[in-house]
Design a protein around this ligand. Sequence first.
Ligand code: FES
Ligand code: MG
Length: 585
Amino acid sequence: GQQSRSGQAESRSGQSGGLSRGLTQYGDAGFSMFLRKAFIKGAGYTDQVLNKPIIGIASTGSAYNPCHGNMPQLLEALKRGIMLAGGLPMEFPTISLHESFSRPTSMYLRNLMSMDTEEMVRAQPMDAVVLIGGCDKTVPAQLMGAASAGIPAIELITGSMLTGSHRSERVGACTDCRRFWGKYRANEIDANEIREVNDQLVASVGTCSVMGTASTMACLSEALGMTVPGGASPPAVTADRMRIAEQTGTAAVDMARRGLTIDQILTADAFENAMRVLLAIGGSTNGLIHLTAIAGRTGYTIDLEAFDRMGRETPVLVNLKPSGQHYMEDFHAAGGMTTLLRELRPLLHLDAMTVTGRTLGEELDARPDSFDQTVIRPLSNPVYPQGGMAVLRGNLAPGGAIIKQSAADAGLMEHEARAVVFENAQDLADRIDDPDLDICDQDIIVLKNIGPKGGPGMPEAGYIPIPAKLARAGVKDIVRISDGRMSGTAFGTIVLHVTPESADGGPLAWVQTGDRIRLSVARRELSLLVSEEELAQRKHQNPVSPRGAARGYEKLYFDEINQADEGVDFRFLANPDAKGSIPRT
Ligand code: FES
Ligand code: MG
């Protein structure tokens, strides 16, 4: 009969696994299988081996992606695990995205990678898939794609880079990249020193060494139950990381045998656990967008108000940059997610299923004992009393906005002041360092047109630099508001993800220099103190024209992209079977 496009249905039936999954139709099924076997045998396989559970490996090695630079070693350890457990590893390539080599932005390309992953998992016969990801957008893209494909899936994180040393100071990408560049802009260090530190910021292959988006998504993957226990934290070049790879291979074969499909793991309980962890690690604001997109693939929507309520009772426990002091290798040495999840235990759904076939609670009981350390705090002595993020609303952000309060200046979080407006990223680049720019440290910088459509691709330009003349005068922070994102490695009193975005006709589009804006993190408020009539008049006089493109992926992007509160996914990729909103508090 006709093969189903739904991998989920097939693997559950348990009758059409292995090489016969998703059989291409060439006349009769027997001939199709005969052809398929003939071709794969061109690579030297025997019938005996082809009858084993087939474990696909989505490999994302690329010369343009040093965050995945340990791919050869990972593959060797992973394949060892698969083969010794009785499976047949089948490696295949997908798109690989590195933050610095993805024009215009990696976010613009994330959905393309998710479609590539989904369709290759569907197209090729496999009983389970191992997704190898690390750099910011790769893990969310893979989880989105795998959630839609529906077969047993497990994430293998590449791991963080090592820290470097600059004139006896420990440094790592990329909170320190920003800190040193800020010093250079303020004339505190010279051209020689900035060149020197450039060699030290990325001291090995692997992902950024602070609690940026990559580390955040690694921790969320483990919290979701999508990695083996302890899979989030080992640095890329360590023996621990290779052991995780081997264990991932073993687990993947077991998942294939049990038919442990991804929908049994990505449940409302799992997403709520991941949201707790996002708050408790002081994680990247990007993590919220990615979780929203992954949840959307399973039919769940994120209730931002409920997420904010969750944040009020979830303290930041992990003392990592940019919210705190340490680096990922310290988090790993402190026991990584095992230590954190134990601390969060009273706030977690311990019955959530994981890739091992055991629940989160069962896995926590089986892990090594906790010990004294200083990187992951107890609930009784948090780094920050509330979660890392707060959700703001008001007439400037009817669909919500985010502030990473744990990385903001406490003195600026209740602030009413004059707006200094930049129309887009180019306008900002042209004028921000102008000595004649009319601005003081009490003003609020507003940057428009860096949202999902405006950027396009919602660039991480929300981390607006301090104007040079203020930086040189010693100003370290200033309130900044935009419809863009910021790197998970950045810090400051920065309001992000203003929804709807200005390029989509959101109220942000109508802000003018001189308007008053009120930010109150305590009241979760972001207000533009301009009358409705005045705003309506501005809108009428200067309407926003819709963005689009004539062809290609760009056209698809502009036609289908949704807003930050929906995960910046393509509308047609969301799961049409609505399951409700989370967190359910
Ligand atoms: Fe890849 Fe930071 S650039 S994780
Ligand atoms: Mg980043």
